[in-house]
Ligand binder design. Structure first.
Ligand SMILES: Cc1cc2nc3c(=O)[nH]c(=O)nc-3n(C[C@H](O)[C@H](O)[C@H](O)COP(=O)(O)OP(=O)(O)OC[C@H]3O[C@@H](n4cnc5c(N)ncnc54)[C@H](O)[C@@H]3O)c2cc1C
Length: 506
């Protein structure tokens, strides 16, 4: 493809799962006043993956741009609040820590907080990092409140996300899209015709012989990646050497007690289990490595470790971790599972859908594109995927479990260079490197380092400018202030009941 501008008058989104409907909603909003026709093709015969229910705070920004409020979404999707993820038994059996969506403590303009905290720690201080995070403390006590809009100090800053019902969220996005003029086609794609001129996608051929043409195609066909991998033959980069889990089994169960305001990720011998509390049920699943456990044993482990009664037979998934080498190829952009998959340990798949959509919108200030637009999109997509990959790998690499070969393998594996440098910078100097296009900020990395007992040998010596006694007074003050804020917050259940009770549609 040369640098000529390709005009886009019609966009065809193939696939109506979470990624397809999010894309349709956002593009129909973006192109509202432009003569661009958007069609979404889905197959009710095939259905969607139906999991993907824990998110990170970027989701709230996504629907906010569409004009939807938190309460609109919570009510429509039976959602609960999520302050972070609790990792149980990851570092060693019997341990637990929370990765919050928020910051720790209050640093100075020059020196981040964790250097002060490290200085105290290296001088015999015993206060846990978690004590300085309002997000962690609220989550630990199952309390929930909205962050202050005008925080008086950094100690009041935290963020939050949602656990939602994936099917209800897709419905919400669908209603929004249809109201914005998106055309729906329910048909099964049987074939994809390529152009004789440049090999780009010419049309989708349905099982009844009807043909759907378009100028730009968005591939949201899930793991099948019908347009990107199958028709255009785009290569896939396999990351199994670092991410050994390649299977999942999921089941919904009845709710027991008040929903938690955090996702639970519990490590087991050959994988880990998620618990995602919604208002009307729990989402549960186990991600595991087929090298270390068979499907039957994984299912048994899952069912033995859920709290309420299972609501259906468990569903199984298999996948290869990694990404397609060019998410945008010719006139087709892969969004969602068709572009790659990283296990849901940090709830990043939907976030990567959001960033893909954001980049599409940035690429289409005008409804046209050229090869430079494509190259820029692909360059950023690679970086976003790799940074998430590194973050997830750290959870495996840093484990100190001695009870099973999978964890031993993970502990001994070599790291991607980018991650190795990050760990080294932290261990030697306490620096948390931030690369461009990281979804997770420094406090998230700090949470994981701390949760796995990785500590720096040194801290920023500018933290010595404060008398140790004065520093300790400050630390105590911060701890107290966080505690006081937690004490006055309602429980998560009270918050939901008061503000955002789920109203089922008839
Ligand atoms: C076990 C597991 C747990 C996960 N947990 C999380 C999580 O907690 N948080 C998170 O952010 N993400 C999670 N994810 C990822 C998340 O589920 C997906 O990113 C999200 O649902 C988007 O999926 P999708 O829309 O790309 O694919 P799908 O939901 O599979 O949708 C594919 C669409 O393509 C259509 N289609 C397929 N073939 C054809 C055809 N031939 N003709 C017509 N239509 C067709 C289907 O009908 C469907 O509409 C998880 C994934 C897995 C596997």
């Amino acid at each position: 493809m040369n640098n000529k501008n390709n005009k886009v008058n019609s966009i065809v989104i193939a696939g109506g799962g979470t990624s397809g409907w999010m894309t349709a909603a956002a593009l129909s909003h973006h192109f509202k006043d432009k003569p661009v026709e958007i069609t979404l093709v889905e197959s009710s015969q095939i259905g969607t993956i139906g999991v993907g229910e824990a998110t990170i705070p970027t989701l709230r920004r996504f629907y906010g741009k569409l004009g939807l409020t938190d309460l609109d979404v919570i009510k429509a999707t039976a959602a609960t609040g999520k302050l972070g993820i609790e990792f149980k038994d990851w570092y060693k059996k019997g341990t637990s820590f929370i990765h919050p969506f928020g910051i720790y403590g209050q640093g100075t303009q020059e020196v981040p907080f964790h250097h002060y905290w490290m200085r105290d720690k290296l001088n015999g201080g015993e206060s846990k990092l978690a004590n300085y995070s309002l997000g962690v403390k609220l989550a630990q006590e199952s309390r929930f409140t909205l962050p202050s809009e005008k925080p008086e100090s950094q100690l009041e800053i935290f963020d939050w996300a949602l656990h939602f019902d994936a099917a209800l969220f897709a419905d919400l996005m669908r209603d929004y899209s249809v109201n914005n003029g998106v055309k729906i086609v329910d048909n099964k794609i049987e074939d994809i015709k390529l152009s004789n001129i440049d090999g780009s996608i010419d049309s989708l051929v349905f099982e009844d012989g009807v043909i759907q043409t378009g100028d730009l195609f968005i591939d949201c066909t899930g793991f099948k990646s019908l347009l990107t991998r199958k028709a255009l033959n785009v290569a896939f980069e396999d990351w199994s050497e670092w991410l050994v889990c390649d299977r999942a089994v999921a089941v919904q169960s009845e709710t027991v007690g008040e929903p938690l305001a955090r996702t639970i990720s519990q490590a087991h011998e050959a994988g880990w289990q998620w618990k995602i509390p919604l208002q009307h049920r729990m989402g549960n699943g186990m991600v595991y490595s087929s090298q270390y456990i068979d499907d039957e044993a994984a299912e048994k482990c899952l069912l033995e470790n859920i709290e309420g009664k299972a609501l259906h037979k468990p569903r199984k998934f298999s996948y290869t971790p990694g990404r397609v080498k060019q998410a945008w190829n010719k006139n087709c952009i892969a969004v969602g599972l068709s572009s790659g998959f990283l296990e849901p340990l940090e709830s990043t798949s939907i976030a990567l859908v959001e960033t893909a959509i954001e980049k599409i919108i940035l690429s289409f200030e005008q409804p046209q594109y050229n090869q430079q637009t494509i190259d820029k999109f692909n360059e950023v997509t690679v970086l976003e995927y790799e940074r998430v990959r590194d973050f997830i790998i750290l959870h495996y690499k840093a484990n100190q479990r001695t009870d099973s070969p999978m964890w031993e393998f993970c502990r001994d594996m070599s790291l991607p260079e980018t991650l190795a440098q990050k760990v080294e910078a932290y261990k030697t100097r306490g620096d948390i490197l931030q690369y461009p296009w990281e979804i997770f900020g420094k406090d998230s990395w700090l949470a994981i380092f701390d949760g796995f007992n990785i500590y720096p040998e040194n801290y920023d010596k500018r933290a010595d400018a404060m008398e140790l006694e004065y520093l300790r007074k400050n630390l105590n003050y911060m701890k107290e202030r966080v505690k006081n804020s937690v004490d006055v917050a309602p429980t998560h259940g009270e918050f939901l009941k008061k503000h955002c009770h789920f109203i089922p549609k008839n």
